[in-house]
Design a protein around this ligand. Structure first.
Ligand code: SF4
Ligand code: SF4
Length: 71
């Protein structure tokens, strides 16, 4: 499987809410002076991307679609 693209943050869109920091397994996100940085230990897992409420994060491994709940 090809390596997923690196995770990037659009600084013009990010509102520095910090939500993504709380969900990153290896603590690869850093918020300093309202600027979010993706650190070198990011595994590109993609987990943080859908948690951003304003869509400022891009890249990473595409997450599997949620399966429809069966009754
Ligand atoms: S892609 Fe994974 S490792 Fe990288 S910043 Fe997001 S949650 Fe953290
Ligand atoms: S969740 Fe989105 S808006 Fe909030 S700090 Fe992370 S990238 Fe910025």
């Amino acid at each position: 499987m090809p390596e997923p693209p690196p995770v990037t943050v659009d600084p013009d869109v990010c509102v520095a809410c910090g939500l993504c920091l709380a969900v990153c397994p290896p603590n690869a996100l850093e918020l300093r002076a309202d600027r979010l940085r993706v650190l070198s230990n990011c595994t590109r897992c993609g987990w943080c991307v859908p948690y951003c409420p304003v869509g400022a994060l891009r890249g990473g491994r595409p997450l599997p679609r949620r399966r429809a709940l069966r009754g």
